[in-house]
Design a binder for this molecule. Structure first.
Ligand SMILES: O=C(O)C1=C[C@@H](OP(=O)(O)O)[C@@H](O)[C@H](O)C1
Ligand SMILES: C=C(OP(=O)(O)O)C(=O)O
Length: 422
């Protein structure tokens, strides 16, 4: 699908979509508990991937509107027949969370995926698990695995993906002995691990943070719980940045006490010069004279595309650093966002782990490829708000990965967009 987006001003109220990160976590915990209902879900492609993958692994999950009810686990090995194929579609979280879970259950399965997922790294995780009793066919998809995960001392770098560590934290409490996870390089994306520890705690699982990583007691049991998924700061960031560029948007449904690292979008926009106010019914962003700032991306990778777009309209320079990991996402996001912004007329310098953006009051517009990356497509729709000419975004259906209704919600706020090719 190609979409044409023309300049406009976003105004009004946006209701935050449910957090994709918390959705994955609550579904996995409920499945492992064998009971409880996760409500407030939206079945984006990634959340559907987790539901389908858990079902293929033998967990009973019943969908009822925006909720999923968990039931008993039937090990695929007890059913006989073909070994299950667990399709993670394009979802890195699904794959990296469920490989350790399958290993803890001792199930022989094959993981597959599509899009960029087969080229996103999993070697760090398969190496760590191989040292603890699990056999893998290789370190890329399709990936077959067998053997029971053994407890012990796991050593992993902290700067490739926090999803490996989250995956281990779901699995290790199920083992018969205690484990430690030692993180051998400075930890990036740490707030995502905090979300995992929180979700585990909600389902009765205790994990202790230590000076070197995490300590996890074995023989723990997930307890069934009903829970509702909180609002998503990462996706709320698109309309918040859109408002900062010249409008005013109130976002409702975000937990002000959330552990999501991407809640930093609001203090960052304030530092850039937007007006941000927390009100009883939500958080309001109003435009202001924007100036460039330095941004450490190590804990907030998913904000980078839309922050880079916002920076393209700030007076002066913005440097986004510690962002090397962005190259390992649905696209090489440093290269994708630089290329797209340059096509619209922005001044962007791309380094191996950083972007330097020199802002201009307006960009020209033009045609960009969404790079099969939801966050690039949504960021380009935000860029179009301040372009002189229209922006054509090719492959805009990529928004389905996390936010299928993005363009409807964009229009509801006054955004000017229409589909030019289905
Ligand atoms: O655990 C999670 O929910 C996520 C962790 C982050 O990945 P990395 O830890 O690989 O940076 C983030 O980019 C991704 O969108 C979601
Ligand atoms: C990187 C993302 O997701 P995942 O790693 O789960 O594919 C994302 O949503 O931006």
């Amino acid at each position: 699908m190609d979409v044409m987006v023309s300049a406009s001003t976003l105004r009004g109220t946006a209701s935050a979509v449910p957090s994709k990160s918390m959705g994955h976590r609550s579904l996995i915990c409920a499945a492992l508990a064998g009971g409880g209902t996760v409500s407030g879900l939206r079945f984006s492609a990634d959340i559907s991937a987790t539901v389908d993958a858990l079902s293929a692994m033998g967990f009973s999950l019943t969908r009822d509107g925006g909720a999923v009810r968990a039931g008993a686990f039937t090990p695929p090995s007890s059913r006989g027949g073909e070994l299950p194929v667990i399709d993670c579609n394009e979802s890195g979280s699904t794959l990296r969370f469920l490989i350790p879970v399958a290993a803890a259950l001792g199930e022989s399965v094959t993981f597959t995926g599509r899009g960029r997922l087969p080229s996103r790294p999993i070697g760090v995780l398969t190496d760590a698990l191989s040292q603890h009793g699990v056999f893998f066919s290789g370190d890329s998809l399709p990936l077959s695995m067998s053997g029971y995960l053994k407890p012990g001392h796991f050593r992993l770098p902290g700067n490739v993906s926090s999803q490996y560590i989250s995956g281990l934290l779901f699995a290790l409490p199920l083992l018969e002995g205690d484990s430690v996870v030692e993180i051998t390089t400075p930890l990036e994306s740490k707030p995502y691990i905090d979300l995992t520890v929180k979700a585990l705690g909600d389902f009765g699982i205790k994990v202790t943070e230590t000076s070197q990583g995490y300590a996890v007691r074995g023989n723990q049991r997930y307890e069934p719980r009903d829970c509702a998924v909180e609002g998503d700061y990462s996706n709320a960031a698109f309309f918040a940045c859109g408002a900062a560029l010249g409008g005013a948007v109130l976002t409702t449904g975000l937990d002000p006490a959330s552990l999501q690292g991407d809640r930093d979008i609001f203090p960052l926009l304030e530092r850039m010069g937007a007006k941000v106010t927390w009100e009883t019914d939500g958080v309001r962003v109003q435009s202001g004279p924007l100036r460039g700032i330095d941004i450490d991306a190590s804990q907030i990778p998913d904000l980078v595309p839309v922050l880079a777009v916002t920076a393209a309209f700030c007076e002066g320079e913005t440097t986004i650093y510690n962002a090397g990991r962005l190259r390992l996402k649905e696209s090489d996001r440093l290269s994708a966002v630089s290329d797209c912004l340059r096509r619209l007329g922005a001044q962007v310098e791309e380094g191996s782990d950083r972007l330097k953006i020199t802002g201009k009051p307006r960009l020209l517009g033009g045609e960009v490829d969404g790079c099969n990356d939801h966050r690039i497509v949504m960021a380009m729709a935000v860029a179009a708000l301040r372009c002189e000419g229209p922006v054509i975004i090719r492959g805009a259906q990529a928004v389905e990965k996390s936010y299928g209704a993005f363009f409807e919600d964009y229009q509801a706020l006054g955004g000017n967009c229409h589909v030019i090719r289905d």
